[in-house]
Ligand binder design. Structure first.
Ligand code: ZN
Length: 202
């Protein structure tokens, strides 16, 4: 399976990182080795002093598809989840300034937290509420209604470049409030008020 991530999908997050609003979705990939195994702590990697959390709504692909039309995109997923896209922000900044690919800062081991998945029929996909708490303090409060590109548009767009396969996971972008993790922190993620992610930082 592959993990496809969307960058800059929420205006307030674009502003907090002083990025430009993109004309098209920003896409990057994580390999399956990036998945943080269930119940494992997240260990801050030695090559970064500024790893950020980014909480995101996840979509799990359940059908093979390429060049998917937006109006049929809803047929390619049945389940929604929550994830954390850990990002070595210092390293990403260096790579961005040199115009280099982001992989080292985004796709390293443990950088993808993936929750259990739940039927999409449990949610109003146009307005999914999701939150991240750091040490019991609310740090990110997202709502999918603020996405620049909605789930179906994302599927249509990415499938022009990458064949979507059963089991692929899409990270749909993070809202504002990203920040640094430190050893000892505990992150809790909620999807529609249900706690479905807990990660200890080491
Ligand atoms: Zn992200």
């Amino acid at each position: 399976m592959k993990i496809i991530c969307i960058g800059r999908n929420y205006t307030k997050h674009i502003e907090e990182l002083e990025n430009e609003k993109p004309e098209n979705p920003v896409i990057f990939l994580k390999p399956d080795s990036a998945i943080l195994l269930k119940n494992n702590p997240f260990v801050i990697p030695p090559f970064s002093n500024d790893v950020h959390y980014e909480v995101e709504v996840l979509v799990k692909i359940n059908r093979l598809g390429k060049f998917i039309d937006k109006k049929f995109a809803h047929k390619y997923y049945n389940e929604i989840g929550l994830g954390i896209d850990f990002t070595a922000r210092d390293l990403q900044g260096q790579l961005k300034s040199k115009g280099l690919p982001w992989e080292k800062s985004k796709a390293f081991d443990g950088s993808a937290v993936i929750s259990e998945f739940f039927p999409k029929t449990n949610y109003n996909l146009d307005t999914i509420g999701f939150q991240l708490y750091k040490n019991n303090e609310l740090v990110q409060d997202g709502d999918s209604s603020h996405m620049l590109w909605k789930i179906d548009e994302i599927i249509a767009y990415v499938s022009q470049f990458f064949t979507l396969k059963i089991g692929d996971v899409i990270f749909t972008g993070t809202p504002a409030g990203v920040g640094k993790v430190n050893p000892g922190d505990v992150l809790l993620g909620k999807l529609e008020n249900e706690e479905i992610i807990k990660v200890n930082i080491k």
